[in-house]
Design a protein around this ligand. Structure first.
Ligand code: HEM
Length: 278
């Protein structure tokens, strides 16, 4: 019977004799002509660390192709400042989301404590009044911007073929934006916000067929109770922002896919069959 080869126990292997593990290929730099790998210093590798990380992610997501197509897409001749209103609306939404997160850290959606928690934000919390002011005025800014952006797309005829679906998504975004304003108004829970919401919900209740159901849903029952405030808070900070985020995703996908429309005064110079394509 052949004798078994003797395998040294792991702790008996002389460590100093082990070969060095190879540097992962992602961390080695291709040497410049006339130099060798040994000339590459740790500093050189560290300097390219950021690029390496981005390249690592890109290799696994192919995200750069999408980003390049999205950010460097060609826009029609005559594109002007009116075309920035959609991005301005989006910026206003992001600002609302960020300031809203900080407000949520201190706000209490409870009928007894809500007013006091807002007073606390304004008077005690570091930069609280500033962030609250940004959120409050930002709501108006976003609402104005969304209307002006809609007016721009309407006046420029951007709702026509092939962008009808983007118009429909836009209408949903408009409704969600109004919903944000409506549900946010109750949260400070002072006399004005309470009674304005009572009027608003009653108005909803007079709508045909779904009106009464909608009012009951908003009130969380037939009366205004503590649950009404929690319901408005949940709709305001989770449901509607989530929907807006998803709808903006679809809206931007369609903008990137279809490209933006040319200004109408340029279209008029095109032959009839070409007009349909822009
Ligand atoms: C939260 C709300 C909204 C955001 C963040 C948003 C964002 C954008 C952005 C970034 C663009 C591309 C650049 C531009 O043309 O401005 C765009 C285009 C467009 N949006 Fe909106 N939008 C919103 C609401 C609306 C509304 C309410 C409508 C109409 C009811 C609408 C209809 C359109 C149309 C038709 C286009 C294509 C414009 C073109 O091809 O020239 N959007 N949107």
């Amino acid at each position: 019977m052949p004798s078994k080869p003797k395998i040294p126990k792991p702790h008996k292997i002389p460590v100093s004799k082990l070969p060095k593990p190879p540097i992962p290929s992602g961390l080695t730099r291709v040497p410049k002509p006339g130099t060798t790998r040994d000339d590459v210093t740790v500093g050189d590798v560290a300097a390219e660390g950021g690029t390496g990380v981005v390249a690592w992610i890109d290799e696994r997501t192919a995200g750069s192709g999408f980003l390049r197509g999205f950010l460097f897409r060609k826009v029609p001749k005559g594109t002007n400042w009116w075309y920035t209103l959609g991005s301005a609306t989006m910026f206003a939404f992001i600002s609302q989301a960020v300031t809203g997160v900080f407000l949520a850290m201190y706000y209490t959606p409870d009928p007894v404590q809500a007013y006091e928690s807002v007073r606390n934000i304004n008077n005690e919390v570091f930069l609280g009044e500033f962030v609250h002011g940004m959120h409050k005025w930002g709501a108006t800014v976003m609402t104005v911007l969304v209307f002006v952006h809609m007016a721009r797309t309407f006046v420029f005829g951007a709702y026509k073929y092939p962008r009808e679906l983007n118009w429909v998504v836009g209408v949903l975004l408009l409704m969600m934006t109004m919903m944000m304003g409506f549900t946010g108004y109750l949260l400070p829970f002072d006399q004005r916000s309470f009674w304005a919401t009572v009027v608003g919900v009653n108005l909803n209740g007079t709508g045909p067929i779904i009106g009464p159901y909608l009012a009951d849903f908003l009130r969380a029952g037939s009366d205004f109770t503590a649950t009404t405030l929690s319901r408005f808070y949940a709709i305001h900070m989770m449901l509607v922002p989530g929907l807006i985020g998803a709808l903006i995703g679809v809206h931007l996908y369609l903008v990137a896919k279809l490209g933006t429309s040319a200004p109408p005064w340029l279209k008029s110079k095109l032959p009839d069959e070409e007009k349909k394509k822009v």
